[in-house]
Ligand binder design. Sequence first.
Ligand code: NI
Length: 171
Amino acid sequence: MPILEIIKYGNSTLAKRAEEIKTIDKEIEELAQSMVQTMHAAPGIGLAAPQVNVSKRLITADISVGERSEDLIILINPELVSQEGEIILEEGCLSVPDITEKVARPSHVVIKGLDLEGNERVIEAEGTLAKVFCHEIDHLNGKLFFENLSLLKRNLIKKKLKKRIQTGKIR
Ligand code: NI
């Protein structure tokens, strides 16, 4: 499967609500496999389909970045079922290069979605994996991680990003 191009801040696909996947066909399977390769190659611990310019509700996660196959998760139409607690962790995004910020997220989450066989999967996660799920589901709703910050911080980051786009540092 080919490695896909990761689109960056400023591309309108990142700001849109992604569409529900109704049929898990070959196209979705291939997209998922390509996303896994793209995530590993980046390297990253999570990827959402809008980041490869496909406005569909599909995410991949692997907090081991390819080290442990049991850590690889592919979820179709993922939903946050419940959340608990709060944890503040450093966060970054492959679509928002060179910017990391501390973001408050639930410390425990329960997520459900479908795997590539169409079976429902319910996953309990905490810490970093919980953060990844929240971050990737945000992507499916057109939201970037820094949009969880205060208006002041958000505007500072947007200004920084705009400048980088103008000077060609983000393409
Ligand atoms: Ni991201």
